[in-house]
Write a protein that binds this ligand. Sequence first.
Ligand SMILES: Cc1cc2nc3c(=O)[nH]c(=O)nc-3n(C[C@H](O)[C@H](O)[C@H](O)COP(=O)(O)OP(=O)(O)OC[C@H]3O[C@@H](n4cnc5c(N)ncnc54)[C@H](O)[C@@H]3O)c2cc1C
Ligand code: FES
Ligand code: FES
Length: 1297
Amino acid sequence: MTSVRLTGTKYGCGGGGCGACTVMVSHYRPATKTITHYSANACLLPLCQLHGAAVTTVEGVGSTRTRIHPVQERIAKAHGSQCGFCSPGMVMSVYTLLRNRPQPAMDDITHALQGNLCRCTGYRPIIDGCRTFCQEADCCQANGAGDCCLNGEETLEETQHPELFDKREFLPLDPTQELIFPPELILRAETAPPQTLTFRGERMMWVSPTSLEELVQLKARNPEAPLVIGNTNIGPDIKFKGILHPLIISPTRVLDLFEVTQTLMPFCRVWVGAGCSLTEVCSLLEKLLPQFPEEKTEVFRALSQQLGKVGSLQIRNVASLGGNIMIAYPNSDLNPVLAAGNCKVSVISNGGRREVPLNQDFFVSFGKTILKPEEIVVSVFIPFSRKGELVRAYRQAPRKESSFCTVTSGMRVFFSQGSSVVQDLSIYYGGMGPTTVSATQTCTAIVTRPWDDETLQRAYDVLLDELVLPPSAPGGKVEFRRSLTLSFLFKFNLEVLQKLREMNVITEELLETMQIQPLPREIQPGLQVFQHVPKDQRDQDPVGRPIMHRSAISQATGEAVYCDDIPRTDGELFLALVTSSRAHAKITGLDVSQALRLPGVVDVITAKDVPGQKVRKMFGYEEVLLAEAEVSCVGQMICAVVADTRAHAKRGAAAVKIGYEDLPEPLFTVEEASEKSSFFEPRRMIEKGNVAFGSVMMIVSTGEFRMGGQEHFYMETQSMLVVPVGEETEFNAYVSTQWPTGTQDAIAEALGIPSNRVTCHVKRIGGAFGGKVVKTATLACITAVAAWKTNCAVRCVLERGEDMLISGARHPVLGKYKVGFMNDGRIMAADMQYYTNAGNTVDESPLVVDKILLHIDNAYNIPNLRGRGAACRTNLPSNTAFRGFGVPQSIMVLENMLNDVAMVLGRPIREINMYQGPSVTHYGLEFSPENLWRCWDQCKEKSDYAARRRAADRFNQDNCWKKRGLAIVPIKYGIAFAESFLNQAAALVHVYKDGSVLVSHGGTEMGQGLHTKMQQVASRELGIPPSKIYISETSTNTVPNTCPSAASYGTDANGMAVRNACQTLYQRLEPIRQKNPKGSWESWVKAAFLDKISLSATGFYRGPDLYMDWDKMAGRPYAYFTFGACFCEVELDCLTGDYRAVRTDIVMDIGRSVNPSMDIGQIEGAFLQGLGLYTLEELKFSPSGLLYTRGPSQYKIPAVCDVPLRFNVYLLPDSHNPHAIYSSKGIGEPSLFLGSSVFFAIKDAVAAARSESGLVGPFPLDSPATPERACLACASPFTQKIPASTPGSFKPWALNI
Ligand SMILES: Cc1cc2nc3c(=O)[nH]c(=O)nc-3n(C[C@H](O)[C@H](O)[C@H](O)COP(=O)(O)OP(=O)(O)OC[C@H]3O[C@@H](n4cnc5c(N)ncnc54)[C@H](O)[C@@H]3O)c2cc1C
Ligand code: FES
Ligand code: FES
């Protein structure tokens, strides 16, 4: 795509896991004379496979040069594009859906978007934009879940609030306007005789035969050559594991592999071609279902239910049934159902055909089946079921959709007429070992017995003994996985009992049938309530209005230029990094000779090549750019290979050989680090009052809370291009960074040149979240050294896996506390200790610790409060800034402490402890908590908290295995940098002679809409419409010495600077305006030029003088506070730990919003990122310090399936803030913590489950509250059956860092 300059399709992961690369593939089928369209991940589509197909990329859908497509328009105008990196993929998924179904249902849309990740928006605006294509767009249709949106729930005030977008503006969808399938391809398909296709590459050959006979012969001659159909298994193997297949056979043109045969006589049977995609198999089964009595289609139903959950739609559209079987993946969702359902495969080789049952003998070991390498699966037999037969499938995955399962199962039972005695039973599990496994002994224990409680109880015991996992089993989660096997059998039991009742074999009333209903999933329209602009505001003045992101349309059309979209320059090279595979070792050798001999490799850059400073200094510590003598974590950068292409550079990097000598005792956990006093100084303490626990009136308790880190997972990975200008050591650096000046300075230091020779340009960033500051500068230095040494432009774009490995994450934290409280719930004293896992370099860790300690009070006035914080130095990749900068960890420990106290006392205690009236923080900052209380009270009211609590209690009484939980949390978040100098900002505004205005400022656009807001500011100040104002990029040669765009302070600081510059210009034009008051803007500008008045002005804002004196433990580190409150209700499946947030209400005080659509976007996006942090996202490290979770397949960020079913956001009315531009407040970070309401709602639901087992009072639940943790904490009879492994008696699969 890059070579034909179609850069709209984005590359976010390369493994089919993010959807950024989604395109539409269309085929003409001569046999039926039909055209089919499906969405697919371009990153896994081999070009050779597309022979004869038409591919539509986002550029083909619509463009600003011709006509934008309604999908692009609606996603953009509904504010569904922030950084925009995911937008082309989103557009393509929905576009393909509309090509196939112009009037989709809401369910179709959420299905289509299953595989598209967005890290910015929180998905709500994307869904709302796409919802307008649905017939039922104006109404949620209640979706069977009760609360219809039109049911009078909204108050008058809410129905009259202004809307974020006006759907009456939208272009209609006109399917007749779509691109047609290229006629020449139809002609070719109709007329060209089929012939074998052969493509030859540098190292591989691709052969696509046309007949089964040819395929068989080819495979016989090349038994090791894989058959590639969907490439969803082979593709990632080639890309990520470096596996080379010199020959690939593509059987997609062999029609026998795609045939479906269905016979009714003498037996009902269906054979499905092994090459059929999972989507095709699913549609086939769904078409067959209504044609036969239910009793005959048990296997079909179980299979189609499971098929709908395999990967994402893009994956299912290409992945083949035969491929899924043949990769014999232990977590395959299909194999357990196929095996339990008595399916079989028909295989062919030059030895002939045979049929092989898909049973326990078929799957021999990891990735291996009983078939011979030369055998080809032609078709799969799916049997009809018999009367009295029941087949079911179950799965539990880390994320509800688009996620490989943790455990999956297929179960089949057969009863003879009128009997509850089991005639036949098969139970298969996936995820319980290296292959799909049969629970044969369990089946034997049940067969010939009546299906009753006694039999089942015995079966659970046998199953426990039969499916044992060693405590260090790969994949971890051993207790959870074992408990899931029991839970699934129990769920099956409920369904069997229901079936037996329907068969009139048993007559007892079944109380537990509700438990087998899936969790609710229909997303309903939410409310986004904000205030009208004042009545007297000019119509032209955009401030306070929900203006669309100024680049949203370009982003949705794929025209927006990100770093890697910049065209290649002549002779440009690509850089690939070589990183350490050891956590702590001496480097004993570096052999680059083999790499240098490879084609295209130009050079290898090592520390010796750095002409200037080889280290970067922070807080008195030094970080080497490239390791020379020693490495201190896996993933530390050692050298870099530069080559003519990306592929060559990567191959070169793989060929570099490094010798290591391990050093003793690498430290990984905070416990290990503190035991060895391995800290980055300074360690901090803050204290107010007298923290003592001696009072007899006080109840004292202690606790501990562990919180995992979080990967930024910005959709655009670290990207940069450094171009030598060619004279006087001048360089242009195009970098995806939040801090252009920091990057400029770092490059200048590394090259040993003055900063005035380096210009850093940032047009836009595809998401950053704090992760594109420190490490980005280091990467840019290495790239610049390569550009300097080779005198060529050098580009470095990290693969997702490298990025995750190298760039660090949010700090994991261990919090310990001691708390003293009164019977009425008042906290009298608290002593809190925080250990952050900082990793191998200091980065910004001490500042993170500072911010942790400054937020240990959150919304509460604890009279005697002490906090201590330490950044632990370990041998893990260095952790760094992440949205919230320690606050989400800080407050989480505190809120857990409060939660524990509330559980001890059996009553809520937040309100009694909240700041009241004029207040002072623990560091002496005076503030008013009035708006905190207003948020809190309104949140309770809007969410109907009291009524929902009663309803949840009733629900919990009626349901044994499902529980509802509620929570409401407040936030008080300090805005601005405590390091005062970082609050300054500057701007440069040019007015050109034609009246157009170019604004430059020091902030970077990373999706938060900063440029849009700056355009609004300039528009108000100059009194001209935003359309006359342009912002091209952020660059250090227009605005020097900028501060990072961070700390939720971008709008506050840069807004004031832009305002300052515009006011200067406005004043300069005043005499001209006075002379000609009726003149136009253009006429004044022209007159000013002729009058020799400068039409260019700089603006500056020095920011508030903030400080924190840690010796005195007092200061004014923040300009003001942003307040908010969030309610959440979840429904939890206690048997699997799966949950769904059914409702969320956020009330946020952000003063007077400059742009409500941007601010609501920030609130929703941060909330969902918080939901990920607290309930979903898990970084896993091996015992030797290697990050396992290096891509979206292993690391799950929230997807569409995680959006609360009803998601309401209210901006607090009548709030003013004298400390920021136009009375607004910073909002980028504060609402991330509100995601913890989901955690606490889960904890509440778990508490309800525990109380049924007689367990009351506080219980540990660490963050994230994954299904694993939630399920185990429920302490169901099934989890209690699993013996816990003794810590220390085994080496766990993953570290608890
Ligand atoms: C992002 C992602 C998410 C996924 N999620 C899930 C999930 O949730 N659940 C799940 O079960 N799976 C999941 N998968 C796995 C996916 O279903 C399989 O990779 C897919 O079904 C394999 O089919 P394919 O046509 O793409 O295989 P290919 O990659 O084309 O081939 C795979 C292998 O199968 C062999 N093969 C293929 N067809 C035949 C045949 N007819 N006869 C003999 N050998 C054959 C090939 O020789 C090759 O070795 C996921 C994959 C990805 C990439
Ligand atoms: S880049 Fe293709 S799915 Fe992520
Ligand atoms: S807008 Fe979706 S990833 Fe940024």
